[in-house]
Write a protein that binds this ligand. Structure first.
Ligand code: OAD
Length: 266
């Protein structure tokens, strides 16, 4: 059997910790599964098995000539709003065509099994909610929402075939996707809630993210510095790997369901 198809073995301490039968020695915050606080930070890798390319692999065909920064920044939008609108319209259609995968469903399942679970995502595809996750913080916005670039009013409908960027019905400003671009601030409430969750959790999962984009990447370190156990699940090693207590390399759509099964005997 090839190495990448071997079933993952989870250390018994991790299983006991997630079951709530092993108080975490770093913090002793919880004494049972009912009181266990988990945070999961997810990135584009989690949606890869749904058929969505990861952020840094997304540019194909017509879009291959651009760097992410050339398509996802306020400067790029000012320079060529139609190009950026078309790129997001293309991505919006790609997202509409896909469904959550086993990894999304395993995270929704996890949320039901522990007392506090916060899912912090950098993904803008909305697949976590579609899979049934409730406590989701979307740090980079949501690609299905469209808002005015001037007055911030959300648009319910717009004409994608007008040949130019649709305009806000209220102020006439250009419409844009409600996602965070390079150089823009993250939504404050979502970020503050994510930092607080990371600083007070018992176990922090970092899943399918390259861990190179701040401030999301710093959440794992904030959790670690406060005594949480850090678990990484990624297709390959990342800058976080040497700092993680446990690192599992493989597909999140396979590892996460296996983990839920191993912990709760499903
Ligand atoms: P990246 O594209 O940087 O990284 C995706 C990560 O997922 C990589 O580390 C892969 O090894 C891993 N991966 C790929 N397939 C996987 C699978 N099936 N299972 C597990 N892991 C897998 O995406 P992000 O880290 O999400 O921000 O990128 C973070 C942010 O960078 C994006 O939200 C975007 C970009 O700048 C903004 O647009 C503001």
């Amino acid at each position: 059997m090839p190495a990448d198809q071997r079933p993952v073995t989870f250390p018994s301490e991790l299983i006991s910790l997630l079951r709530g039968t092993l108080p975490h020695s770093g913090t002793l915050r919880h004494h049972s599964a009912q009181a266990l606080k988990l945070v999961a930070l997810t990135g584009a890798g989690v949606s890869q098995e749904s058929g969505l390319r990861t952020f840094r692999d997304a540019q194909v065909g017509l879009w291959a000539q651009y760097k992410p920064e050339d398509l996802a920044s306020p400067q790029a939008f000012r320079r060529d709003p139609k190009l950026i609108w078309d790129w997001y319209a293309w991505r919006r259609e790609a997202v509409k065509a896909v469904r959550p995968n086993a990894g999304h469903y395993a995270l929704a399942d996890l949320e039901k099994r522990v007392s506090e679970f916060t899912l912090v995502t950098q993904n803008v595809d909305g697949l976590h909610r579609m899979a049934g996750s409730n406590n989701v913080l979307e740090l980079h916005g949501n690609i299905q929402r469209v808002r005015c670039s001037e007055c911030y009013t959300f648009a319910e409908t717009w004409d994608d075939d007008a040949g130019s960027v649709p305009l806000c019905k209220l102020c006439g400003g250009l419409l844009r996707p409600d996602v965070v671009w390079f150089g823009e601030a993250l939504p404050r409430e979502q970020l503050e809630a994510a930092v607080e969750a990371a600083r007070t959790c018992d176990v922090f999962f970092s899943i399918g993210t390259s861990g190179v984009v701040q401030p999301a990447a710093s959440l794992a370190h904030a959790a670690r510095n406060r005594g949480a156990v850090v678990v990484e699940i990624n297709a390959e090693p990342t800058p976080l790997t040497p700092k993680a207590n446990y690192a599992f390399h493989g597909k999140s759509g396979e590892i996460l369901p296996e983990l839920v099964k191993a912990v709760w005997n499903l």
